[in-house]
Design a protein around this ligand. Structure first.
Ligand code: SAM
Length: 199
């Protein structure tokens, strides 16, 4: 089973980024970094069945696929990951500040989340939107377990994408893990936990 997590942020802005105050100086890039770690890492290292695609409205789309990284040197804490990610976003087309930046082989595409979802819908990927007010995830777990290729769309800290016309028009199933509002990174861990039986 291949699982892709899609997360979009329109708030990330690293114009005045400083490592001393990541949440306050990056438009909450820290939320995204926690989601990347929650998706890719498990106790033994990478989970090669899982990718996370980060759609940054101001900077483009970054595909975190374990195949692009060396597990030994991949940053395992959010501060280091954020520092390298900022370097990559700012200097991707030029000279990286960290010559050995472990993210340098990351795949970058200049395509927004809605067109990407449309493309994967055509390729018969099973796509689910994670939303507190959605239908019960656990009623769908049997259906999900029989799928080969799955995409889960998750909102960032504001969850604004869930209310966007473009997403609603795609008419995708919305699934809820319960009425509690979880952090996006916790949602990723909960999905992995519930699918562990399947991966
Ligand atoms: C911090 S929450 C965003 C909270 C925001 N107030 C909202 O209304 O979406 C981040 C994302 O995690 C997912 N999420 C949070 N709790 C969830 C739940 N109980 N079931 C399914 N998805 C959830 C949603 O995709 C949400 O956009």
């Amino acid at each position: 089973m291949e699982v892709l997590f899609f997360i979009k942020s329109s708030s990330v802005d690293i114009t005045n980024y400083t490592i001393k105050d990541i949440p306050g100086s990056s438009g909450r890039l820290d939320v995204i970094s926690r989601c990347i770690l929650a998706a890719l890492l498990n106790l033994k290292g990478f989970n090669n069945n899982i990718q996370i695609w980060v759609f940054l409205e101001k900077y483009g789309t970054f595909i975190f696929n374990p195949e692009s990284f060396d597990e030994e040197v991949f940053p395992k804490n959010e501060i280091l990951l954020t520092e390298y990610f900022v370097d990559l976003i700012l200097n991707r087309a030029g000279q990286l500040r960290y010559s050995k930046n472990p993210l340098k082989r990351i795949k970058y595409i200049n395509q927004d989340i809605f067109n990407t979802l449309k493309a994967y819908k055509k390729q018969k990927y099973s796509i689910y939107v994670l939303d507190e007010s959605g239908q019960d995830f656990f009623k769908y777990i049997k259906e999900i377990s029989s799928q080969e290729h799955i995409i889960f769309v998750i909102g960032s800290q504001t969850g604004e994408i869930l209310k966007s016309i473009e997403l609603i028009e795609l008419n995708l199933p919305n699934l809820s893990l319960g009425t509690q509002s979880y952090l996006a990174s916790s949602v990723i861990r909960l999905i992995r936990l519930n699918l562990k039986l399947l991966i």
